[in-house]
Structure formats: C-alpha cells, structure tokens
Design a protein around this ligand. Structure first.
Ligand SMILES: Nc1ncnc2c1ncn2[C@@H]1O[C@H](COP(=O)(O)OP(=O)(O)OP(=O)(O)O)[C@@H](O)[C@H]1O
Ligand SMILES: [Mg+2]
Length: 364
C-alpha cells in the first residue's frame, strides 16, 4: 500500500507487521467477506475496521459501529433490528435498527464476545438470509450489509466454554485479522509518540515538544499492556504536566504503572487490615488526587504568568470538573488493571457495559 493511502486511512506505523496487515487489507477490503479483527485492548481494531470500510466499494454508504458491550442487554435486539411503535412499553415510536441503517454499507460489531447467545442466534439467521424482522413487525426487511466484528477475547475459548455459539463463530471469522500488540512492533513506538506529541502541540497552540533519546529508549522498553491507547494517553499526560518542550525519561516514569507500583510502595503507608479491594480504591483516589494537584499547579502557573504580565496581580483558580475527574479515575483504573476492562469495571464498581459506554464518551 502506498504511503499516501496509508495516511488517508489514518493508520500510523512503519513496522513489518503493520505493512503486512495493510497489504492484507487491500486484498480483502473490496470483497464482501466477513472479517473478524482480533487484538488486545487499544491495538487499533476500530481504526482498522474504518480502513476496511474505506477501502471497500461501500465507502460512500454508512459504516455503523456498534459496541455490543455497551448496550444494555434488554434493548440490544431492538437496537440491532429496530422496533415498531407500541411493540413494548416505552416503544413510543417506530425505530430503525443498526442493521437497517447499515444497508448498502458496513456493520461493525465491536466487543462481539459480549453478545448474548440468544442475540447471536438471531443475528446469524439475519446474516445468512440477508433479511430480518424488526421487533413487533410481521414484515420481512431485506438488507445488504457487510460484517466486521472485533474482540480481544479468544473466541475459541468462549466457544469451548459454551458462551459463544460455534456456528456464529464460523460465520463471522471468514477472515481473521490479528493486530499484534505494541510490544511486538516496537519500531512503531517512536513514530506514534512523535505523532501524538505533534497533535498535542498543534491542538494547544504551543511549540513542538520533543523527546530525549533516553525517553524514547524508556518508552520502547515498556510493555504497553493498554497498547496504542495507553501510549497516547501517557504521551498527552506527560506533555500536559511537563513545563518543558523536551520530555525526558523522568517525565514518564511516574506515569507508567509498572514503575508506579514501586514508587507507590515507597511512599504510601499501607494498613494491612484493609482488604485488597479497599487498598486498590485508596490507591486510585490517591493517584487521582496527586494528578489533580499537579494539574492545578500547572494551571495556576499559567494564570499567574499571564495575569502578572497583564495586570501585575495574580488570580487564584480552583476547578473541579466532575467529568474530567471521572475520566482520570477511569484511566487510573485501566492503568492499574493493565487495561483489563472487566477488572477495571469491578474496581470502579461499574458494570462492564457502563465502563464501555463511558470510555466511548470520553474518547478513551
Ligand atoms: N495504527 C494506528 N494509527 C493511528 N492511530 C491508532 C492506531 N492504532 C491505534 N490508534 C489509536 O489508538 C487508540 C485506540 O485504538 P482503537 O480504539 O482502534 O483500539 P481498539 O483495539 O478498538 O481498542 P478496544 O479493544 O479497547 O476497543 C485510538 O485513539 C486510535 O486512534
Ligand atoms: Mg474498539
């Protein structure tokens, strides 16, 4: 694939692994074959799903992305297939489902392992017959939809433990694309880091921020359990907290969980009477508190320097943005659990579906 096309698709990376994936994409995208994208959390499954749609003849038609893990089970089927007015309490209007909205285009079903078995049966039937009935309707609707699914779970294991239907599994995995974790394509780490820094600088209207070779070395040797998402957040947080335009190793050490745990042990007295769950929560709140303090320090510094130059008087600022706090808390929980969303949801006492929804809301 040419570099121009790769840029157009918004896919970053020069590693052999990425090049091979892009070549595969060029081959399979124009066909109607169902694609299952497999990879750890944050490797870029959604990015690749968009690329497949964009490279297909369906690109002028809609790409509908559905996170199967984020929709409450009770309304999942009505969201997928639509419903007729009055078909159940609360159905005050008829509504088209995602299936119909994607007609002529692509339906991307993310976190497919979270789909309940009963819905898998209905979906399989709809995929095979290319038609479906919306809830409460007796009319069959024909659709022409290409399917892309994604998961970070091993679906064979899910099938073996009867949580996933084998026939559905075979149907969706006509082609499987595996996106390797970042630690297996280390040569991309520097490219990603520089790209995220450039975006950050542009967005905030500041001069270009660079990395020392020590910082690059450090970033390349970390395992990135949260993959590109974790790298992006780490880079942006480091850039926001640092007051320099050259980031060094030390700017990252405190942010990265592998090191955080050793720093943590040194500084925080831990009462052994507490349950591990309580300790985890306490850790999160402390981490948040520290982060909030840092952010406030930076804000104060900026305001002080601005107001000193303007009026010679300094202003005190204090903001507590609940959404920002919630986002930070979610990030801290993800980082603490090495980006295992189920564990992070438990730590935050949220349902996994709510966590998925919030991650989408905060663009995490
Ligand atoms: N190759 C890539 N080029 C550019 N950006 C990327 C690439 N891979 C991942 N990203 C960025 O990393 C973040 C996570 O990517 P994405 O949401 O596609 O991951 P995912 O595999 O779907 O994660 P999850 O399993 O949590 O759903 C996004 O901000 C995305 O833009
Ligand atoms: Mg995703």
């Amino acid at each position: 694939m040419t570099e121009t096309l790769q840029n157009e698709l918004g896919i970053i990376g020069k590693s052999r692994e990425i090049k091979d994936l892009l070549d595969m994409l060029t081959q399979i995208a124009p066909t109607d074959i169902s694609v299952l994208i497999y990879g750890e959390s944050g490797v870029g499954k959604e990015v690749f799903s968009r690329a497949i749609h964009h490279l297909s003849q369906r690109k002028e038609k809609p790409l509908i992305s559905v996170n199967c893990g984020a929709i409450p089970e009770g309304i999942l089927e009505s969201e997928l297939f639509g419903h007729k007015k009055g078909s159940f309490t609360g159905a005050i209007d008829s509504r088209k489902g995602y299936f119909e909205l994607a007609d002529g285009g692509t339906l991307f079903l993310d976190e497919i392992a979270e789909l309940p078995i009963t819905t898998q049966v209905k979906l399989l039937r709809a995929i095979e017959s290319k038609e479906f009935m919306s809830i409460g309707s007796e009319k069959v609707t024909k659709v022409d939809v290409r399917f892309i699914t994604a998961t970070n779970k091993n679906l064979q294991v899910e099938v073996d433990s009867k949580r996933f239907r084998e026939d559905f599994y075979f149907r969706i995995k006509a082609v499987t694309i595996t996106i390797p974790p970042l630690r297996k394509r280390k040569s991309d780490i520097q490219i990603f880091s520089e790209h995220f820094l450039e975006n950050f600088s542009k967005r905030n209207n500041i001069g270009q921020i660079e990395l020392t070779s020590d910082a690059i070395d450090f970033l390349m040797n970390y395992s990135w359990p949260g993959n590109v998402r974790e790298l992006k957040n780490t880079i942006e947080t480091a850039a926001a907290l640092s007051r320099k335009n050259l980031l060094d190793r030390s700017d990252f050490i405190a942010l990265i969980s592998e090191n955080k745990s050793t720093e943590q042990n040194k500084n925080v007295p831990i009462t052994l009477r507490k349950s591990s769950e309580e300790l985890e929560k306490e850790f999160l709140y402390r981490a948040l508190f520290e982060l909030k303090k840092d952010i406030l320090d930076v804000k104060e510094l900026i305001i002080n320097s601005q107001s000193t130059s303007e009026s010679g008087k300094s202003k005190e600022i204090e903001t507590y943005d609940i959404k920002e706090m919630e986002k930070e808390l979610i990030l801290a929980a993800l980082s603490k659990t090495k980006f295992n969303k189920r564990a992070a949801a438990q730590l935050l006492t949220l349902s996994e579906r709510t966590l998925y929804r919030k991650m989408k809301e905060y663009n995490l």
